[in-house]
Ligand binder design. Structure first.
Ligand code: ADP
Ligand code: ZN
Length: 363
């Protein structure tokens, strides 16, 4: 089977779609391999299969640390693997990021590939070669850019994805449409019911759009020196909200995007009707669109993974987190705004300007 390919300056990524069991066996051939996954995905898709050499990590963002990476290095040492051994990340963004990081650093680099199993990972995280871990509460503080050799897309994984993970993925999908494709935005508006009901055909179409957009942007600016920044739309404030509250990544960036849209209305002439369309599309995907603690709390209660955790959300924490980021980046933040749906603009915004704006709209 001839794969589709993404060409980067120094590497080519092969993309396959279909049954991951068959495709993975073909891709690996006679080589040694080690699978890195999380315990949920392991249980659902790998236990009982004939795949061996599985390293399973705890599910969730809290595993994206140097500690997990170090444990995996130790296991690889015990397994005594050679330089041609392929590392295969099977799971969501967390398992894929960890795999890319370990594969890029262990023995100064092993071949690796991803089998993304969440909507977020299929439509976004698996593409572009960013492999990182969190450190001291800062997301992706440590990492590098290195492309996988292959990515296998198997649409069946999405059947078992929890509702809140699906919604999180749709936030990233909407983001991709806003920065890259009015056509995808229209497709989402016209087909959100089918998408929410996990209709495979429409999900495949949506994911294909996202892959094409992300591949286009990241192959032009692989090392994130310019245009790639547009992929951070909604993420500056979103990451701060995610760190301060207990929201999922998608819920946090949905609110982050709405804030960026407010700023875009003010500074970039984004029309009121487009802002309204974006808000209602996010709401259709059951994503929060306002920065209100009450709304956030109810979202938290609905969300399965975090309902047992204490709600430690504080508006002030969000603002101080942004301030912290600002200190890292100097006096201004590069903020991604929208002139129109599909037309992003990179603007430098002074931290005090942003604070003033946020303070006015945060309730
Ligand atoms: P992402 O960064 O892609 O949002 P994570 O790697 O944090 O995702 O995974 C989110 C959660 O979903 C984890 O608990 C993971 O075990 C679980 N998960 C991943 N893929 C599937 C799947 N196909 N079916 C069910 N649960 C899944
Ligand atoms: Zn994101």
């Amino acid at each position: 089977m001839t794969p589709r390919q993404i060409h980067y300056k120094h590497s080519t990524v092969n993309l396959y779609e279909g049954d991951f069991n068959d495709l993975l066996r073909k891709e690996i051939g006679p080589r040694q391999y080690v699978i890195i996954t999380d315990s949920n995905v392991n249980e659902l898709y790998l236990a009982g299969s004939s795949f061996k050499n599985i390293i399973s990590i705890n599910p969730g963002e809290s595993s994206k640390t140097l500690g997990t990476v170090s444990d995996i290095y130790s296991k690889l040492m015990e397994m005594v693997i050679d330089k041609d051994t392929v590392l295969v990340g099977i799971g969501g963004g967390v398992a894929c990021d960890i795999t890319g990081f370990v594969a890029s650093t262990y023995k100064r680099g092993l071949p690796f590939g991803f089998i993304p199993t969440t909507l977020l990972a299929q439509a976004d995280a698996a593409i572009g070669g960013k492999n990182g871990v969190n450190h001291r509460g800062i997301k992706n503080a440590i990492g590098l850019v290195r492309q996988p050799d292959f990515i296998i897309f198997d649409p069946r994984f999405l059947d078992t994805l929890p509702e809140n993970e699906l919604a999180s993925g749709f936030a990233e999908v909407v983001k991709t449409s806003l920065i890259g494709s009015p056509r995808l935005f229209d497709l989402l508006e016209n087909n959100y019911t089918r998408a929410l009901s996990r209709d495979r055909e429409i999900l495949a179409e949506i994911i294909a759009h996202c892959i094409a957009i992300k591949a286009g942007i990241t192959s032009q600016d692989e090392l994130d020196c310019g245009q790639r920044q547009v992929l951070n739309f909604g993420h500056t404030v979103g990451h701060a909200i995610e760190a301060a509250g207990n929201l999922s990544h998608g819920q946090a960036i949905s609110i982050g995007m709405m804030m960026a849209i407010g700023l875009s209305r003010k500074l970039c002439g984004l029309s009121e009707s487009s802002a309204g369309r974006i808000k209602s599309l996010l709401m259709k995907f059951k994503l929060p669109v306002e920065f209100k603690s009450e709304i956030i709390k109810s979202e938290i209660i609905k969300s399965e993974i975090i309902k047992s955790e204490i709600i430690k959300y504080e508006v002030k924490e969000v603002i101080s987190k942004l301030y912290h980021d600002k200190k890292i980046n100097g006096d201004t933040l590069n903020f991604i705004l929208l002139e129109e749906i599909g037309r992003p603009a990179i603007r430098k915004i002074r931290a005090d300007e942003l604070m003033e704006f946020l303070t006015r709209i945060i309730h």
